[in-house]
Design a protein around this ligand. Structure first.
Ligand SMILES: [Zn+2]
Length: 331
């Protein structure tokens, strides 16, 4: 599917210049897993969030970043249910998001985390998907998530790709027992799989706990659980790009870029056709004729933009979009 014209809003701030990363010593060890905390507003409202600069800038710790992630999806559990969320239409909402996020003004925010070794391009390739109906049961530990990724690679369902980010996306009848719905909505980490450094993430269907893991109960694509997942997927993907091995970009509290903006959705939200809140959207085109086949809107949480003020001092802002050519952004 080709991606057509992007809907973006035009309240724009212009800043001085791009920044060069310089390695900082680590003052707090990063955890083995970086969780995405649950919604502090308990699903009762869609927060725009602050337009002020972050109190602490994010710091570069010297580790590698991913120039351009390849995304792989493992649909875990039963994605063929009659519950209105774990179904083929829900899977297509995720695919369309992953096909559109690469090259978007939203993902371009991550280009400000380029290092002297690696330029982050802002592109993303949705590179493959497979299903696992339940090889590890329905109550998963963190180790079971790794086992699911390991299985998909070792049985050749998915290629082994050190530039990949493997997303284990669980249906709403599956539990992640270390804290899904209670202390987090998703997480990312890395591990050695088949002698290679593999980056992977867990995101559960938000339908399991909409008040904790979704921002609204009526969502742009009519599937609040999966629409909620897309926001968490975006968050984990940008952190997996800028901090894939948990030793590149995080602040003094151990917060990665998207953590600093979690559960805020910006100043330019609009109502999708069904009345749900959204902040970005794409047309999906017929690859031959170029005709618009359909349109989707999404409500995706903001990410931290590294930028500088007029005197060159770093200032970081939560943003929804960024234009690397002009350094302008929307919040
Ligand atoms: Zn996070």
């Amino acid at each position: 599917m080709k991606i057509g014209s992007t809907v973006w809003f035009t309240t724009v701030f212009t800043v001085a210049a791009s920044l060069v990363a310089s390695a900082q010593s680590s003052d707090k060890g990063a955890p083995d897993i970086v969780p995405h905390r649950i919604n502090p507003s308990s699903g009762s409202g869609v927060l725009p969030g602050s337009t002020s600069p972050a109190k602490q800038t994010i710091l570069y710790r010297g580790g590698a970043v991913l120039a351009q992630p390849n995304v792989y999806v493992i649909w875990y559990g039963n994605w063929n249910q009659a519950n209105g969320t774990d179904n083929a239409a829900g899977q297509q909402i995720v695919r369309d998001f992953l096909n559109a996020i690469g090259g978007s003004p939203y993902f371009a925010i991550n280009t400000t985390y380029s290092t002297t070794a690696t330029t982050i391009t802002g592109n993303v390739t949705f590179s493959g998907e497979t299903s696992d109906a339940g090889s590890q049961g329905t109550k998963l530990s963190d180790a079971a998530i790794q086992a699911i990724v390991n299985r998909a690679i070792t049985n050749n369902s998915l290629p082994k790709d050190t530039s990949g980010v493997y997303f284990v996306l669980t249906s709403s009848d599956v539990s992640e027992t270390s804290g899904f719905c209670k202390s987090y909505c998703g997480w990312h980490t890395h591990a050695t799989v088949s002698a290679s450094d593999i980056k992977f993430a867990f995101v559960g269907n938000s339908a399991k706990c909409l008040s904790a893991c979704a921002a609204q109960t009526t969502s742009p694509n009519g599937n609040a659980g999966v629409d909620g997942m897309c926001s968490v997927i975006g968050h984990e993907l940008e952190e997996s790009t800028t901090d894939p091995d948990l030793n590149a970009w995080y602040d003094r509290q151990g917060q990665e870029n998207a953590d600093k903006c979690a559960w805020t959705f910006g100043q330019n939200q609009y109502k999708a056709a069904n009345g749900a809140w959204a902040n970005m959207g794409w047309n999906y085109l017929d690859p031959v004729s170029g005709a618009v086949l359909y349109h989707r809107d999404y409500l995706i949480q903001r990410n931290l933009l590294r930028t500088a003020n007029s005197t060159g001092t770093e200032q970081d802002y939560c943003a929804v979009s960024y234009d690397p050519a002009t350094h302008s952004f929307t919040q």
